[in-house]
Design a protein around this ligand. Structure first.
Ligand code: FAD
Length: 374
């Protein structure tokens, strides 16, 4: 295959497409390679939640969430405008409930910290929460309320990023990358089963498949797949006015296409298995009913499963691969690769083009943090 680009992005999920779009907006000539179609990985069926509370204990990650929420608010309407793809996004109020004792202090703690991107947060007692949504279970102990909660259809978002990038000249090609071609300490190409694709700058955005790049680079890329399942429900009741779920776990939301989304499981040790299970369906239904018993008549119409790319320390892995000049990583976004796509795409594009970032301080996210003795 012969290509000519300043930067090749490998992986066409939300992260790779956001990176390609950001690179192209900076004027770079970009090619995106994926062994499948854009959005075929974890970005296909993520719930697409961008909650406005400080979900991490790490300040650098909370700052990245804040930046991404601000950027996404501006990006979603722009992408719709540029591509004509309805992203089915919504900005609404959230209401997460406590059903267990330990969820009460967590809810209070989240409400006490400043909301991301100026969002308002409050902890409500059970009576106040049920006044907002009388269909909530009588067993709830309280609720975390917020405004400025963003949600998007993750597949449409990924496709829109890809299409907007194409509009700026980015080319998408199908290729399975199996290794890196080097000359000394410098990248010279990408190996594929049909030959080497010459290039001297590449961004690897391989999602849950990233760990294999560690062998190519001779450095650890500690990303493991954590399987998640969610489902869509048809329900004839009045639409849910809040983006709901439990505090610290799960969601129950009315999507822009009218279906309810309920999820998601967290399944360690399942590798890249993407099969759906009856056990997960029953568990998620039980969760939905615990929050809103009136959903008894809801019907499951679709169930999805996919691998979240979770890094060893829970932070994204973004920046140059120190063992091979010209290679950058953008991976390990775990539970938040839709949330963080806008900021992470810009961040890594900045690092590739300028060697510095207008989005975040690079250090906490550098791949080099996993090298021995750093
Ligand atoms: C059930 C569930 C619910 C979720 N809910 C949310 C949510 O509400 N909010 C949120 O922010 N995140 C959520 N996530 C997480 C989110 O889906 C991921 O963090 C995000 O999609 C990761 O994007 P990515 O581009 O890194 O990976 P992917 O979308 O998996 O893309 C990686 C791409 O790399 C390609 N690839 C891999 N290896 C190679 C190779 N060797 N050669 C060529 N191509 C290759 C793959 O084909 C794939 O297309 C959820 C995930 C799941 C499973």
């Amino acid at each position: 295959m012969s290509i000519s680009a300043e930067v090749v992005v490998v992986g066409a999920g939300s992260i790779g497409c956001a990176t390609a779009y950001a690179l192209a907006r900076q004027g770079a000539k970009v090619i995106v390679l994926d062994r499948e179609a854009p959005g075929a990985g974890a970005s296909f069926h993520a719930t697409g939640l961008l909650p406005p509370w400080q979900a991490s204990t790490d300040p650098a990650l909370n700052a990245l969430y804040d930046a991404s929420l601000r950027l996404s608010r501006e990006l979603f309407p722009r992408l719709q405008e540029e591509t004509g793809i309805p992203l089915l996004y919504q900005v609404g109020e959230g209401l997460r409930v406590a059903l267990r004792d330990d969820q009460v202090p967590l809810g209070r703690e989240l409400a006490a910290a400043p909301g991301l991107a100026g969002a308002g947060l409050a902890y409500l007692d059970a009576g106040e929460a049920r006044r907002l949504e009388p269909r909530l279970s009588p067993d709830i102990l309280g609720g975390l309320w917020c405004d400025g909660f963003l949600q998007v259809d993750s597949y449409r978002y990924t496709l829109a990023l890809a299409q907007a990038a194409e509009g700026l000249g980015v080319q998408f090609q199908t290729a399975y990358v199996t290794g890196l071609e080097r000359q000394g300490r410098r990248l010279r190409g990408l190996q594929t089963p049909t030959g080497v694709i010459p290039c001297d700058r590449a961004v690897l955005a391989l999602g849950a498949w990233s760990a294999g790049a560690g062998a190519w680079l001779g450095m650890p890329v500690p990303v493991r797949p954590v399987k998640g399942q969610n489902m869509r429900l048809r329900w004839e009741g009045a639409p849910l006015p809040y983006l709901m779920g439990q505090i610290g776990w799960g969601h129950l939301i009315q999507r822009g296409d009218g279906y309810l989304s309920a999820g998601s499981t967290e399944e360690e040790g399942m590798g890249l298995d993407a099969s759906t299970t009856a056990e997960a369906r029953d568990r998620l239904m039980k969760h939905a009913l615990a929050v809103m018993p009136c959903l008894e008549t809801a019907q499951v119409v679709q169930q999805f499963a996919g691998p979240r790319p979770v890094s060893q320390d829970g932070l994204p892995i973004m920046g140059p691969a120190t063992t091979l000049e010209g290679v950058f990583l953008n991976t390990g976004h775990g539970y938040s690769g839709i949330f963080l796509a806008a900021a992470s795409g810009r961040h890594v594009a900045d690092l590739v083009m300028e060697g510095r970032s207008s989005i975040a301080a690079p250090d906490p996210f550098l791949p080099a943090r996993f090298l021995p003795d750093t």
